[in-house]
Design a protein around this ligand. Structure first.
Ligand SMILES: [Zn+2]
Ligand SMILES: [Zn+2]
Length: 435
């Protein structure tokens, strides 16, 4: 072959390789964020800019401050006395800490007509300019739409909301009430052209919602599998059947995929922090890690809607991959010195036992009966002690998810003596049967 022809063929091959690399490279990175936090805009006890600065300093890349039925917009002044009253631990006063952190020029004060000394709670539009940094830290507006249906407290976080949503309360049923609130988020997203994400919070707060509620409200795509508030019963309770939230997740996803031909729920971990000066509802307990190209609200939400995220209370994953040819879910765990990890691959097989029984709920619960589902929902399909665990699907699974459990207690557990650090991947390997 003549030299020129050979060079030409080599250059063609190189161009092909470059094109293949460009098409196949993954330039997404992990962004750490918390979608559920409270501030002085509602029942949290610190200034939103102080809270944002805490998360930024703690290595998070995005934060949603999600106060109850309010967006951080417009004017809000509170008396300094009220601010100090909300403090739980004894220590330096809250407004003084605020002044020390940001300086006198930043803190806005006034004297009300009744003589009370007041301090301004800044709107997001004002303080985000100070805390945000392109590619490094982003604030995403949010509201915890806080409603009731009978005795059930229904809390839904709406992320990237542009206008406040007033909650819908007490529709005909609990499920209808959830739907009405979710619908309001979808309508606002369509109206504004902004992607938005809604997640159902802490289903076991005052035992508001069951696995069957979460299964049948198909409009919902996200729920909190872990919430850091000390009163939300993530683990469930023996007197309430099928109330452990991982079990709730598996039951809801099994019903959705096997009976309703609907996509599964994705699981979120969040802080739901209220206390910033001591106290029991603090920050840094549960978060999401989102795989996206850029740190922008649109990209974060779209990635989460695709399921490109995992939830964590301490375990870090470097990689989650679903091999389309091999049908294998594989993880790469980022090790911490001296820590051991066990990965459980859980799922439900297509021929699962669908038997049901009714069990009475404890007196005073919102629902008098709960459904007890069969044992082979969310079964342990395989487990591994490797830092690169993998599971090859057989085709018999409705879905598979992985939970990685470290032999290390969370740095700031909400329950004593503590819970092990975990990471939860989203369910994969599922298909919706179109009839
Ligand atoms: Zn709540
Ligand atoms: Zn909350």
């Amino acid at each position: 072959m003549r030299l020129l022809t050979r060079l030409f063929l080599i250059s063609l091959l190189l161009a092909g390789l470059v094109a293949w690399y460009v098409a196949n490279r993954d330039d997404r990175v992990w962004f750490k964020g918390n979608t559920h936090t409270h501030s002085l805009w509602s029942d949290g006890n610190d200034f939103p800019d102080m809270i944002a600065a805490w998360y930024k300093d703690a290595g998070y890349q995005f934060l949603c401050i999600s106060d109850h039925n309010v967006l951080a917009q417009g004017e809000k002044w509170v008396s300094e006395t009220d601010v100090e009253k909300k403090k739980i631990a004894i220590g330096q006063n809250v407004t003084e800490k605020y002044r020390q952190r940001f300086g006198d020029a930043w803190v806005e004060k006034r004297t009300a007509i009744n003589g009370a000394k007041e301090i301004r709670i800044k709107p997001l539009e004002q303080y985000r300019k100070m805390v945000e940094a392109p590619g490094k830290f982003l604030m995403i507006p949010a509201e915890e739409i806080t409603s009731v249906a009978g005795k059930s407290h229904i809390h839904i976080n709406a992320v990237n909301l542009q206008e406040i949503i007033q909650p819908f309360n007490n529709l005909a049923t609990v499920r209808e009430t959830i739907r009405a609130n979710l619908k309001a988020v979808v309508e606002q997203s369509l109206k504004t052209g902004q992607p938005m994400l809604a997640h159902i919070n802490h289903p076991n707060f005052l035992w508001a919602l069951t696995a069957d509620d979460l299964a049948h409200v198909i409009e919902d795509r996200f729920f909190e599998v872990y919430n850091g508030h000390p009163m939300v019963n993530n683990q469930g309770e023996a007197t309430r059947v099928d109330s452990n939230l991982e079990r709730v997740w598996d039951i809801a996803n099994t019903i959705r995929l096997a009976e309703l031909q609907q996509p599964p729920l994705f699981g979120i971990a969040s802080d739901d922090s209220h206390h910033y000066h001591g106290g029991s509802s603090t920050s840094g307990r549960g978060w999401v890690m989102v795989l996206a190209k850029e740190l922008q609200a649109t990209q974060i939400i779209e990635a989460m809607q695709k399921g490109d995220f995992y939830s964590s209370t301490g375990v870090v994953l470097e990689r989650i991959r679903l091999g389309s040819l091999t049908n294998t879910l594989s993880l790469k765990i980022q090790p911490q010195p001296g820590v051991k990890y066990r990965t459980e691959f859980r799922g439900t097989l297509k021929n699962y036992d669908r038997s049901l029984s009714e069990v009475a709920s404890p007196k005073g619960d919102p629902q008098s009966m709960r459904l007890k589902h069969g044992k082979d929902i969310g079964v342990l399909l395989a487990s591994s002690d490797s830092l690169t665990p993998s599971y090859r699907m057989t085709g018999e699974e409705l879905y598979v998810r992985a939970v990685v459990i470290a032999d290390q207690i969370m740095k700031n557990p909400s329950q004593q003596p503590g819970e092990f650090q975990k990471a939860w991947t989203q369910p994969v390997g599922w298909k919706i049967q179109v009839e």
